[in-house]
Design a protein around this ligand. Structure first.
Ligand code: IPM
Ligand code: MN
Length: 371
């Protein structure tokens, strides 16, 4: 099949990890007989430097005309410590989410046996950890009215949610839970916030339509503790925009490295796939970044095209690199491989394993690619 993919490399390590994903997608194309056509768009600090605008209109058009978007990362330190900056890289991503109505951000949190020693948690707490965070992505405090008083001594950010905004992401989360362990946890702060009380009311109503799903409700302060204490209790976690931002970073450390986690943002238009790590400017250009978050995001992109065997081939190749110690510096500070070497190993693995997706750990590999 032919598919159009918009590529937004973005800032920091975004370009180098996204390039590995493109190699991997091309290998999938060769093995499974697909043609992927890439169109490149600018966003973030890169776009500000080149055009003055964190999200040029051409990028939005490119995204709307594509079947999926693969995005790297956004952000640059020169803006982080300047609260007065009028134009910020993040505005590009927030605008893109709004323009494409990417209202649901899906962040799977799974652990890999070979990486458990890297997790700050004890191995027994990591047993059976496999959950997915559904973060509402186009509403709440991120998008409410922002004000700064004239004398610049008072500021406010309004948190607004409509019933409709809560319903559409909730339905996706319930349907997802139906395909999994059939449990959904709503994370909110309903003891304090009016928006959270609306979330609870709407989710309670929707729950009636999904009698096969067990629903529980947790305040966000308690949830952030439970994610550390007993993460295996979660299946699908549904939450609003800012709580989702915070708890998904928290949850990502369970796996051992933030560099591993992929995400998908879906809505009514083109869906977007990106690693959850940020632009990691200290590592940019050094060929040391972990490309797996991006490559696993490509697997989610393939799932979105309903290319299930293709996505499985990518995940099998990723698991093979992890099991054999072909890992980046964030995972092993002493014996590690470069970003491009890991991309090459995964690409080779996909092209050479045209049969079953289960592979032994002593399989041969093309050594030339890792030197
Ligand atoms: C994320 C990021 C973004 C967010 C930033 C870059 C605006 O942290 O995707 O989680 O806060 O949503
Ligand atoms: Mn975040």
């Amino acid at each position: 099949m032919e598919k159009k993919i918009a590529i937004i490399m973005g800032d920091g390590i975004g370009p180098e990890v996204t390039e590995q994903s493109i190699k991997v997608l091309n290998a999938i194309g060769r093995r499974f007989g697909h043609q992927f056509h890439y169109t490149y768009g600018l966003m973030g600090a890169d776009a500000i430097d080149k055009t003055g605008n964190p999200l040029p209109d051409e990028t939005i058009v490119t995204c709307l005309e594509s079947d999926a978007i693969l995005f790297g990362a956004i952000g640059h330190p020169k803006y982080d410590n300047d609260p007065t900056a009028k134009v910020r890289p993040e505005q590009g991503l927030l605008k893109l989410r709004k323009e494409l109505q990417l209202f649901a951000n899906i962040r799977p949190v799974s652990t890999y046996p070979s990486l458990q020693h890297l997790s700050p948690l004890k191995t027994k707490q990591l047993k059976d950890v496999d959950f997915v965070i559904f973060r509402e992505l186009t509403g709440g405090i991120y998008f409410g009215k922002k004000e700064l008083s004239e004398d610049k001594t008072q500021a406010s950010d309004l948190c607004v949610y409509s019933k409709h905004e809560i319903e559409r992401v909730s339905h996706l989360a319930f349907q997802y839970a139906q395909k999994r362990k059939k449990k959904l946890t709503l994370v909110d702060k309903a003891n304090v916030l009016e928006t959270s009380r609306l979330w609870r009311k709407v989710v309670q109503e929707i729950a009636l339509q999904y009698p096969d799903i067990t629903v529980d409700y947790m305040f966000v302060d308690n949830a952030s503790m439970q994610i550390i204490l007993y993460p295996a209790q979660f299946d699908v976690v549904l939450t609003e925009n800012m709580f989702g931002d915070i708890i998904s970073d928290e949850a990502s450390v369970l796996t051992g490295s933030l560099g591993l986690l992929p995400s998908a943002s879906v809505g009514n238009k083109t869906a977007l796939f990106e690693p959850i790590h940020g632009s990691y400017p200290q590592a940019a250009g050094k060929n040391i970044a972990n490309p797996l978050g991006s490559i696993l995001s490509s697997a989610m992109l393939l799932d979105h095209f309903q290319f299930t065997a293709e996505a499985a081939a990518v995940r099998a190749a990723v698991e093979w690199t992890l099991a054999n110690g072909f890992v980046s510096k964030d995972i092993d500070a002493i014996n590690n491989y470069s970003t491009t070497a890991i991309g090459d190993l995964i690409t080779d693995h996909i092209e050479r394993n045209t049969g079953s997706e289960s592979h032994g750990t002593n399989e041969s590999f093309n050594k030339s690619t890792i030197i």
